[in-house]
Design a protein around this ligand. Structure first.
Ligand code: CTP
Length: 412
């Protein structure tokens, strides 16, 4: 069998050294890698290192080996192009279709999946110019990995670090495994609504009843939906994650606020995925001032009232014909039995059931789950990155939308 051909683009950033480890992972697992560094990348890690680790000649200009037409051949022959680290400058050049060196030429000639793993200072990552460039690239079907938070060049810390090579490698393998399907924007023209995070129900101005949801699974759903071509409204409850470029993000605090935002956004949506952890109860009253302890007086019990069940409501009142409604169920015991009963009770089309508890699901980067469908199908998704589970959820939703014969996206 032919080895998968990977082009590793490397830009001029301090994280270029991490690309050496990424390259080793590729070659050690049977990939054929052509490294295409930019001229400034070579100031960080030299040509001999890339050549020795890849086993191929390395150049960054279009003027070398011109008879082999490298600026066209390398991109055309690739099964995957990954740029790690991708600087703000490279993202801008790629978004605007410039072709002023070998890497940007390669990006224009590649017809395979393209992954960017950005690394830069937080200010550069958050700048509107970079946000727009990332949104443009995602809209065109490129996969842009969110940078990690941590130590940056120099003394500062923040979002902008290149994720660890293992994480970039896993993302590449997932895209390679989907083959040409990775390029199918099967949610193009669709609008989807995703809720993420956990609601907080105030007791007084400083305290609330909340839960441990980080929002990572909902954000992974948003990023993967964007990569598959969807228009995305993300209703985020109390999360600290960066907005996925290209998504409309609505921030909410309580279950009531989340309900209002989701119901409004669902009006024109093809699918709604309730990944948020919604508090079932809220304090019956909210103290105007901070609740004080009083010596010798027992604390008062907190009276609770029910919050609306948003998922059940969305399932009963479909906003558009054929709309797909999906929920998540976090369970600690009898996971599948509880999940099956909940699917029926809520009346949704699919329910993603996962086990939660110490060290499971909440706040982690990975998840395992079973996707239960109203028709009885059950798909087990083994432990893996939250993006992996998100892609399987979208696979199921796309299949459901198509089986309803609803070829016409909502609003279209
Ligand atoms: N959910 C909702 N509104 C609520 C509670 C939950 O829309 N008031 C949604 C969640 O977003 C999730 C699904 O329902 O998609 C299941 O959430 P979960 O907390 O597991 O279910 P509960 O309804 O709380 O059921 P139980 O109390 O029996 O665990």
């Amino acid at each position: 069998m032919n080895k998968p051909r990977v082009v590793l683009g490397v830009c001029g950033g301090i994280a270029a050294y991490k690309a050496c480890e990424l390259l080793r992972r590729f070659t050690e697992s049977g990939h054929d890698v052509q490294v295409v560094p930019t001229a400034s990348a070579l100031r960080f890690v030299g040509e001999p290192t890339w050549a020795a680790l890849s086993g191929h000649r390395v150049s960054s200009e279009v003027w070398e080996s011109v008879h082999e037409v490298p600026h066209v051949r390398i991109g055309q022959a690739a099964d995957l192009v990954v740029v790690a680290p991708a600087t703000a400058d490279l993202l801008a050049r790629a978004a605007h279709g410039l072709a002023d060196d070998l890497l940007t030429n390669t990006l224009l000639t590649a017809r395979c999946p393209v992954i960017f793993a950005p690394a830069m200072h937080t200010e550069m990552w958050e700048h509107p110019a970079t946000r727009e460039n990332v949104a443009t690239l995602r809209r065109r079907g490129a996969f842009v990995i969110e940078p990690a938070v941590g130590r940056l060049t120099g003394a500062d810390t923040g979002r902008g670090r290149l994720p660890e090579p293992g994480a970039v490698f896993d993302a590449c393998r997932r895209v390679l495994a989907r083959g040409p399907r990775a390029l199918e924007p099967d949610l193009a023209g669709r609008h989807v609504v995703i809720s993420a995070g956990g609601t907080r129900e105030p007791l007084d101005p400083v305290r609330y009843l909340g839960n441990r949801s980080s929002g990572k699974q909902g954000y992974a759903l948003a990023r993967t939906a964007l990569a598959r071509g969807a228009g995305v409204t993300l209703v985020a409850a109390n999360t600290e994650l960066p907005d996925p470029a290209g998504a409309e993000v609505v921030r909410v605090g309580t279950a009531e606020e989340l309900r209002e935002a989701v119901v409004k956004a669902a009006a024109g949506a093809d699918a709604v995925v309730m990944a948020a952890a919604v508090a079932d109860f809220r304090p019956a009253g909210r103290a105007q001032g901070k609740i004080k302890k009083r010596e010798g007086v027992d604390p008062e019990a907190v009276a609770l009232v029910r919050n609306p069940d948003i998922l059940a409501e969305l399932s009963v009142r479909r906003a558009t014909p054929g709309q797909v409604v999906a929920g998540f169920a976090a369970e600690t015991d009898d996971v599948l039995a509880n999940g099956r009963a909940k699917l029926v009770r809520k009346g949704c089309d699919l329910l993603v059931v996962n086990e939660v508890g110490d060290g499971l699901a909440f706040g982690t980067d990975g998840n395992e789950a079973v996707i239960l469908e109203a028709g009885g199908a059950e798909t087990r998704v083994p432990y893996g990155p939250k993006e992996e589970l998100a892609d399987r959820v979208w696979d199921t939703i796309v299949r459901t939308l198509e089986s309803r014969g609803d070829q016409q996206p909502a609003g279209g």
